[in-house]
Design a protein around this ligand. Structure first.
Ligand SMILES: Nc1nc2c(c(=O)[nH]1)N[C@H]1C(S)=C(S)[C@@H](COP(=O)(O)OP(=O)(O)OC[C@H]3O[C@@H](n4cnc5c(N)ncnc54)[C@H](O)[C@@H]3O)O[C@H]1N2
Ligand code: MOO
Length: 421
């Protein structure tokens, strides 16, 4: 078979391959969101996903307070926005955390940032604008003053009863801080999901062991574990297993009862030594095999009872790209995240595309930010074995199937830093 025939977008039995959109829809529609939840302290909440909306039961700030170090004044009606210097007698001093006495008209209280505005004060003046006079018993101001200057009103940030964080939020430092600001000390989050992994391939050797002729180091093991750690999964790692049908079935059986999801790499292609698909068909249900994308055509999606299964291709770039495009949204949805799809933005290709391709391609690219709009440059080698292309790249350019284009074409860019967050 020549290359064009291999890449026809059909399988060898002329069955059309699924498009990426169909495959993603099929995968994410089938996700069962974990129903196991726990209450955790704010210090442990980073990156965890909220089960329910969080409401504030106080307003913040909970009292009117000063935005500046300076003087709270009781500005009289006839002084508002009037030109000319005004003098205020200092009758109090209010630190943050303390309460001052009411201010009589024409009087001032020394006040510090965050301190409560005393009763009857209606404006705060910055100390830099005030001249202390008469042995520091008074202040004088030379500019017109308007009402309410430098006062942060109660509820300026949050109103009591408001939803401050929505269910499905993956908690970031600022979310945790917002919960703390209304006095919440614990949040209800989904339990971490349990993911079992193993790696097929007679050729695999662990880094640290001797590399005999014909063998390769098992880089996918480290790739997958690191990717899953980034997503906050609990991992059971069986390492590399023998490339046999029995060993594959045994590994699946060992993991399925205690895992929400099993992910493997390798053994998903069409060779008679590829046992993942037949093992899933024998032990569970096969829902999808092979997608019209490059890299990563042979991907298996299925289930073993309650446990979902994703078999990624063995080629390292294919394994990483398919993990990011398919397994990541699947896992994020399973974890309860409301935003689980990858985000993309538009960029311009700094290259021509001469040959229409039958599969949608996800090519390793790096953005040149010195131009506007930014331009995407390609890594010179785009083979699915070229792992260094993933290290060089800062994202993937999506090239639609069956098109050609010239430099300057606007395309989708999938930023790696986003997909690895
Ligand atoms: N006749 C055909 N052959 C292949 C097809 C096809 O359609 N017809 N598809 C090709 C594509 S595309 C891919 S992708 C691969 C997928 O193959 P498998 O998932 O079955 O993976 P293996 O054959 O086991 O390995 C492929 C490649 O990756 C290396 N590998 C495997 N595991 C690891 C690991 N843990 N760490 C690092 N590298 C790994 C392995 O040595 C091979 O070089 O199939 C094509 N063939
Ligand atoms: O899909 Mo394979 O990943 O092209 O090498």
């Amino acid at each position: 078979m020549n290359n064009q025939q291999v890449d026809c977008g059909c399988d060898t039995m002329s069955q059309p391959l699924l498009s990426i959109d169909e495959a993603l829809e099929k995968l994410t529609n089938s996700v069962k969101v974990t129903n196991s939840t726990q209450l955790i302290r704010l210090d442990d909440a980073l990156n965890r996903i909220l089960v329910i909306d969080v409401h504030a039961n106080i307003s913040t700030p909970s009292f009117d307070n000063s935005a500046m170090d300076g003087y709270a004044i009781n500005l009289k009606i006839n002084q508002i926005n009037t030109p000319g210097g005004f003098t205020f007698e200092i009758t109090g001093r209010i630190l943050a955390g303390s309460i001052g006495n009411a201010l009589a008209p024409g009087c001032a209280a020394r006040i510090f940032t965050g301190a409560p505005i005393p009763k009857d004060a209606n404006t705060v003046l910055m100390q830099e604008e005030c001249e202390l006079i008469e042995n520091k018993s008074k202040i004088k101001v030379y500019r017109p003053i308007s009402l309410g200057e430098n006062i942060r009103p109660m509820g300026n940030d949050i109103q009591s009863g408001n939803i401050i964080l929505s269910k499905g939020t993956q908690l970031q430092p600022q979310d945790i801080a917002l919960a703390a600001s209304v006095g919440i000390d614990k949040l209800e989050v989904f339990h971490k999901i349990k993911v079992g992994v193993f790696f097929t391939g007679y050729e695999l050797v662990n880094p640290g062991d001797t590399l005999q002729q014909g063998k390769i180091f098992n880089s996918n093991r480290y790739l997958l574990v690191a990717l899953l750690n980034k997503l906050g999964c609990k991992i059971t790692n069986l390492g590399s297993i023998k490339d046999t049908f029995n060993a594959t079935c045994n590994a699946l059986k060992a993991l399925k009862s205690d895992c929400d999801l099993i992910i493997t790499t390798g053994g998903v292609s069409v060779g008679e030594e590829d046992y993942i698909k037949p093992a899933i068909e024998q032990l569970g249900q096969l829902n999808l095999w092979r997608i019209k994308i490059k890299p990563g055509k042979p991907i298996v999606f299925g289930s073993l009872g309650h446990c979902a299964f994703i078999g990624l291709p063995g080629n390292p770039v294919s394994a990483m790209v398919t993990f990011l495009l398919f397994a990541r949204p699947f896992i994020k949805k399973m974890q309860g995240a409301s935003h689980y799809l990858n985000t993309t933005f538009k960029t311009q290709a700094n290259f021509d595309w001469h040959k229409p391709k039958p599969r949608r391609e996800f090519i390793r690219a790096r953005l040149d930010h010195t131009t506007f709009p930014t331009k995407a440059n390609l890594y010179p080698k785009q083979g699915s074995d070229v792992l260094s292309s993933m290290v060089w790249a800062d994202g993937l350019i999506e090239v639609p199937e069956k098109i050609t284009f010239k430099r300057g074409k606007v395309l989708n860019f999938y930023p790696l830093n986003e997909m690895l967050s």
